[in-house]
Ligand binder design. Sequence first.
Ligand SMILES: Nc1ncnc2c1ncn2[C@@H]1O[C@H](COP(=O)(O)OP(=O)(O)O)[C@@H](O)[C@H]1O
Ligand SMILES: [Mg+2]
Length: 304
Amino acid sequence: MMKEGNSALFELEVQLPDARLTAQAERLIGFKTRFERIHQDLLLLIDKEGLERWSKQHYHSRLPLLDSLLDRYPLVVFHGDVGTGKTATAEAVSNAIAKELGKEAMLFKLSTRVRGSGNVGEMSTLINQAFDLVCKEAGKAKLSFLIIDEADSLAASRSGHQSHHEDKVAVNTLIQKIDDIRRFNGRILVIFCTNRYEAIDPAILRRAAYVEKFSRPDDRERREIFNMDCAGMGMTAVMIDELVKLAGPQGPHKLSYTFSDIRTRLLPEALGLAYPSRKISQNDLVEAISRVHPSPTIEESGKR
Ligand SMILES: Nc1ncnc2c1ncn2[C@@H]1O[C@H](COP(=O)(O)OP(=O)(O)O)[C@@H](O)[C@H]1O
Ligand SMILES: [Mg+2]
């Protein structure tokens, strides 16, 4: 069951596993491979009972190593350009882990509204309230996942020139909350998503138990997304190859399109050229590529 978070705190509050998120993962290119690679690291952060079973089974005792694991912070950071799938993956990963562990779980996605209206102490108060709710769920012996999207807006380095007192207080609160959730012994996992990794406060980055970078799709991944999204449209392999090339770094814009550029801008643009009178032609797709520009990289958007 999914409800749009109606509080000022969460954009999303979902009970896991969730059918919509399972379907979302199916349509994410590369999700399976990525999940296979990272899920082991995430389990070591969140599967306390599984680790205890493992220890009993193989050592007939509870190894001190398990306590050492609990010293880590249950924080992971996903970073990369806008539209490379960080948010969608964070949601899908939480869902897949909950499914794998067969446990009741809640997923919360913190709203950027917690930045508040700039009143003194407001941001910290909202961060505190959000973590309280997340902890309450974890207290009921459930797993609790918290996605902090656009985390740089809350956790920007305290040493920056533009850092205001209010922002510094918020970062301190965030650090304290991340320290606090360790006492939940791995029932809470926090995922930060950001396209400005370098802007995040070093004290937060130091706590991250796991960091995962997201990139624009390579040739193979662009082929996969075009094949998936253009299925049934009668595109030949040669046509698809041409699109893969044009949407890549060797195309007219010298910058690869992101997953999001292709799926949410390029393909709708081509559809718009054909709809409602005719089928989508290869020309429509090529025309769309010349009209829609790939999202700039962070460095480039900074220059504007
Ligand atoms: N790996 C992927 N495969 C297919 N589509 C993707 C992928 N990553 C992102 N997208 C598309 O881009 C949209 C935005 O992705 P999102 O996760 O919000 O990106 P980010 O958080 O990195 O900015 C998704 O809803 C989806 O349509
Ligand atoms: Mg995002």
